[in-house]
Write a protein that binds this ligand. Structure first.
Ligand SMILES: Nc1ncnc2c1ncn2[C@@H]1O[C@H](COP(=O)(O)OP(=O)(O)O)[C@@H](O)[C@H]1O
Ligand SMILES: [Mg+2]
Length: 292
């Protein structure tokens, strides 16, 4: 029979093995300008509290979306998770270890592609692989590049340069590059925001397909309720800033694989959609009114 301490211990091991990323009471304050040169030049500004009291646990292999009004601090939060920015206060733990800098355990995809313009598709992906796996042989690298180009369906464009690609293709290169370093987690900041609606829908389906294959943890920032409902296990709703917080985390129970045309048949769909719409419109209205 298990003693209660053994049960507690196993419960702890269980929670450690499932919680991959943990944010504990994270705050981000952007320092204003209040030094004497600013005072002399009459251009002082106060500190800006972007994020406040962010507590979040993300379980491995889940697809999590973050939704919130423009300017609320979504990119700030993702950059902190990526290690590109530091919280002013609080802790960010990946597998229990503090995040201090970017690392190959987190692949990042930005809205604006950030591909090397002088490199072909293959070279862009290989460059990331070389950086992360310096001991890989050339043949292994080439094989890895090929696998990830196939994963995103870009075989026919592998020798092209970024300027010869459509926005959707560039973003597929970005996704292939982020996944080719075999991260534990994929972080995406409005990856489809610059694409037209049709391409966007196509890439959402691609991301859903790739996620079914790989089941990596994904954190996706999006403005799109439909995108979040199609892809996510959980949707994190953020309030407007300053001092933006997580106001609610919605569980999205629809079975997978999902098809956008079937989602409306699930009983909770209408309610979840309405809740997200109400939240976004209320927060966005408040942001707009505060500007007047
Ligand atoms: N480097 C910075 N210095 C000062 N303020 C910033 C900086 N980066 C972002 N902010 C402010 O923090 C808030 C959150 O920004 P951001 O994370 O980009 O929002 P979102 O991605 O949700 O649109 C905004 O009000 C923005 O102006
Ligand atoms: Mg942003």
């Amino acid at each position: 029979m298990m003693t209660s301490s053994a049960i507690n211990e196993s419960a702890e091991i269980f929670s450690k093995s499932t919680t991959q990323l943990s944010l504990k009471d994270v705050y981000k304050v952007y320092a204003g300008r209040h030094g004497w040169p600013d005072k002399l030049l009459r251009r002082t500004s106060p500190d800006y509290i972007a994020l406040a009291e962010i507590n979040l646990d993300i379980v491995a292999n889940q697809f999590v979306s973050i939704i919130g009004p423009s300017g609320c601090g979504k990119s700030t939060l993702l950059n902190i998770i990526a290690g590109l920015d530091q919280p002013t206060q609080g802790a960010v733990l990946l597998n229990g270890q503090p995040v201090k800098a970017p690392g190959p355990d987190r692949g990042v995809v930005f809205q604006h592609y950030s591909l090397m313009p002088w490199m072909t598709v293959e070279e862009n992906i290989r460059f990331a692989i070389e950086t992360v796996f310096p001991t890989m042989t050339r043949a292994e690298q080439i094989d890895q590049v090929r696998q990830y180009i196939e994963l995103v369906g870009l075989q026919s464009a592998s020798k092209r340069h970024p300027h010869e690609l459509s926005g959707g293709m560039k973003q597929r290169v970005g996704i292939a590059r982020a996944l080719a370093i075999e991260p534990q987690m994929l972080l995406m900041d409005e990856p489809f925001g610059a694409l037209d609606a049709l391409t966007r829908g196509f890439l959402q389906d691609e991301v859903a397909r790739i996620w079914e294959q790989q089941r990596k943890t994904v954190i996706l920032i999006t403005h799109s309720i439909d995108e979040a409902l199609l892809l996510s296990d959980k949707i994190i709703m953020m309030s407007r800033g300053p001092a933006a917080k997580i106001v609610e985390v919605l569980d999205i129970p629809f079975p997978r694989p999902r098809r956008r045309e079937n989602l409306a048949q699930f009983s909770s769909y209408a309610e979840l959609r309405a809740e997200l719409e109400l939240h976004l419109s209320r927060e966005t209205r408040a942001v707009e009114e505060s500007r007047i």
